[in-house]
Design a protein around this ligand. Structure first.
Ligand SMILES: Nc1nc2c(ncn2[C@@H]2O[C@H](COP(=O)(O)OP(=O)(O)O)[C@@H](O)[C@H]2O)c(=O)[nH]1
Ligand SMILES: [Mg+2]
Length: 681
């Protein structure tokens, strides 16, 4: 092999992901600091408002709890766990996650760092919780459902041993497995039986006992630097586990920033690989989401001492190409690797072997595509809102400053002039005041109308409304767990949910129009600086409902294979689906309430402040009409106020600049390599 160039490349790329992850964490820290500076500034100047404080709190919270999830999905024994070990945890100098022939991950496992907990732990959710109506995300919030084992991070051996708990299975009577909806479990005839998992149990007589996973889900927390920086690794078991745990396909996988789909050179693309790819991955990854990577593992089995390196390379490329063809993606999107050799190479610090394992190319992809994409998302979600918050602080100051400059000008025109000038100015001010008060009166009456409209909007997407829908659907569907009954129930549920969202959308538009005209009036006629208001993004929420509905349809079509499991799958599915729809409503609701406040409150405050300024100015002029003695003093007072406001404007501009300084580079979509784009044939 032409080693030198490869060697240099691999040395360059070796720690790419790790380095980028650190850069990413530093970036988040810098952004956090800037936001905190703004928070301090607001406190010092006592210029905060509940809305701005909430925004800041949300932004800081989002940055602090930000996670980058990379999911590993494949049939069993493709080498998921080994690949995770090789990419992230080789620094432990040993194999951390259990990866052995015939003993495979039995339950979905999440590795992350729990900031709240002092101790490292493995938390295991008993498989029996499948019988409950509580969704997985709700179960996650409640530690008492879980068995917690301590992890000793100083002894990798103890850690690896504790991790073995995750792969435990148990034998239960067939009826029990049936009740749990696990008669199709991989364990049924063993993952190493060489049989594809999707065709177990059907057709053959039901056995007396079935081997099922002991745990439904595992959560592992320990202070590895990558995990501390926010990485979450999701290791999933094979096809059947995906089929029987809708929460994974509906929720966890779509939310991951990257999905690595792993194939193995020793099996090629099998029927269940394809099934998984089509029904659980492609179907749930919408077009906007990038970050789907296909990996062809175990290429070391193609290494052959007797073959020329070029011939080996050719056969690796050949197999990558044919895999890509079967998945319907570009050949360049399949990454051939040897997880096992890569892990060994990293532990032994063998650069040649690492290059040969081809893992650096995959790591580099994660570093240069997945991380920047995440950065962009954080930026778009968090910073656009903060920009607006800063505007909300800035604008009243700018309005005040404008008035001040105007007043200073007026007063300076008075010095040395006759009383006539003062009288004239006072007359002018009186007129302005009358006009302004009239506008305020109109505003007060529109405000009452707005409040009524908002109330209707909140009601249509209120929790009571959605809970009524849920209860009604439950009632209609219970007892009719047929495919038809399910289909109808689901359609009715989603139709009414989407209707409600649309009605709320229309109300928000009307509200927005009214507010817009008020803004316009106060800006043009009374010179207020006000943020351009934003319409309520109802599409975000109706879009989420649409997505849920599509997923529901896909899921229903893809998994209802055997009659025995049907009611079970449906129930679990419905629990998770409905709880997500309910969440969409809860979020829309909270958002709408906040939106309305941000729309109205800055305006109310500014209108009030302006009124006070007008009154004050009148008072000053009235006093000056009596005697012009205090004119100089008054001018000085206003001048020092102007300087004070000027300072504020400058420091706010600085905060905005440092926020902009954190802005990440734009992403060139056309250059991304991940497999979200279909191959062009
Ligand atoms: N030859 C070879 N075997 C591998 C490689 N990666 C994993 N394996 C083996 O494949 C089996 C399954 O690996 P594991 O990581 O447990 O797969 P998982 O079920 O997908 O998590 C184990 O015996 C591993 O040693 C590889 O790159 N090359
Ligand atoms: Mg595994």
């Amino acid at each position: 092999m032409s080693t030198t160039l490869t060697e240099i490349n691999s040395a360059l790329q070796q720690d790419r992901f790790r380095d980028q992850m650190r850069v990413f964490a530093d970036w988040k820290a810098e952004l956090t600091q800037t936001i905190k500076d703004y928070q301090d500034w607001l406190n010092t100047h006592q210029l905060g408002s509940p809305e701005i404080e909430l925004r800041i709190y949300d932004a800081l919270e989002a940055l602090n709890s930000d996670k980058l999830t990379i999911a590993f999905v494949a049939e069993f024994s493709r080498g998921k766990s080994e690949l995770i070990n090789a990419i992230f945890f080789a620094d432990y100098g040993r194999r951390l996650l259990p990866s052995e022939a015939g003993r495979t991950t039995m339950c979905p496992t999440e590795l992350f760092y729990d900031q709240e907990s002092q101790e490292s732990y493995v938390r295991l959710l008993p498989i029996e919780t499948r019988l409950s109506d509580i969704s997985l995300s709700d179960l996650k919030a409640e530690p008492s459902y879980w068995k917690t084992l301590p992890l000793d991070v100083n002894t990798p051996d103890q850690m690896a041993k504790t991790f073995e708990e995750v792969i435990k299975t148990k034998r239960v009577p067939y009826e029990e497995a049936e009740r749990l909806g696990l008669t199709n479990a991989e364990g049924h005839d063993g993952p190493d039986s060489g049989k594809e998992s999707s065709d177990t149990s059907v057709g053959s007589a039901a056995p007396k006992e079935v081997e099922i996973p002991q745990w439904r889900h595992a959560i592992i927390s320990f202070p590895h630097p990558l995990l501390q920086q926010g990485l979450v690794v999701l290791d999933t078991p094979g096809l059947n586990a995906l089929g029987s745990e809708p929460e994974l396909t509906l929720n966890m996988l779509p939310r991951a920033q990257a999905i690595l789909f792993i194939l193995s050179a020793d099996t090629g693309v099998t029927r269940s690989d394809l099934d998984m790819w089509k029904n659980h991955i492609k179907a749930f990854r919408n077009k906007q989401q990038s970050g789907l990577v296909a990996v062809l593992n175990k290429i070391d089995i193609l290494w052959d001492e007797m073959k020329e390196p070029d011939a080996i390379e050719a056969s690796i490329q050949e197999q990558s190409k044919s895999s890509a063809r079967m998945l319907g993606i570009d050949a360049g999107n399949v990454f051939p690797v040897s997880a096992q050799k890569a892990l060994l190479a990293k532990i032994r610090n063998n650069k040649d072997l690492l290059a040969q394992s081809k893992l650096p190319a995959l790591e580099s992809l994660l570093a240069v595509e997945i991380l920047p994409a995440r950065q962009r998302v954080i930026w778009d979600n968090i910073v656009s809102g903060l920009d607006q918050a800063i505007d909300n602080t800035y604008n009243p100051i700018a309005s005040q400053l404008d008035d001040l400059v105007q007043q200073i000008k007026e007063l300076s025109s008075m010095s040395g002039k006759s009383d006539n000038v003062v009288r004239h100015l006072l007359e002018k001010a009186k007129q302005q005041k009358a006009v302004y008060y009239e506008s305020v009166k109109n505003f007060q009456s529109s405000r009452r109308k707005l409040a009524m409209q908002a109330k209707i909007m909140f009601n249509t997407i209120g929790m009571e409304t959605i809970d009524d829908m849920i209860n009604k659907t439950r009632k209609e569907m219970s007892g009719s767990w047929t495919t038809m009954g399910l289909k109808n129930g689901m359609s009715v549920f989603f139709d009414s949910a989407r209707d409600a969202m649309q009605i709320a959308g229309r109300h928000s538009e009307q509200t927005f129009k009214v507010v817009l005209s008020i803004y316009d009036k106060f800006e043009k006629e009374h010179g207020l600086h006000i943020n351009k208001p934003q319409p309520f993004p109802i599409r975000k929420y109706s879009g989420e409902l649409d997505q849920l509905y599509l997923k529901a349809e896909e899921y229903r079509n893809s998994t209802l294979t055997t009659v025995t499991e049907q009611s079970f799958v449906i129930k679990n599915f419905f629990v998770s689906l409905v709880s997500h729809a309910r969440n969409v409503f809860a979020n829309a609701n909270a958002h709408a309430e906040n939106w309305l406040k941000e729309l109205i409150n800055p305006l109310v405050n500014q209108i009030q402040e302006k009124r006070e300024r007008i009154d004050q100015h009148m008072a000053t002029l009235t006093k000056l009409k009596e005697s012009k003695e205090s004119l100089k003093e008054k001018m000085q007072q206003l001048e020092s106020q102007r300087q004070f406001l000027d300072e504020q404007v400058k420091s706010l501009k600085k905060i905005r600049e440092s926020l902009q300084h954190c802005s990440p580079p734009e992403i060139d979509e056309s250059k991304t390599k991940t497999a979200s784009k279909e191959a062009v044939h």
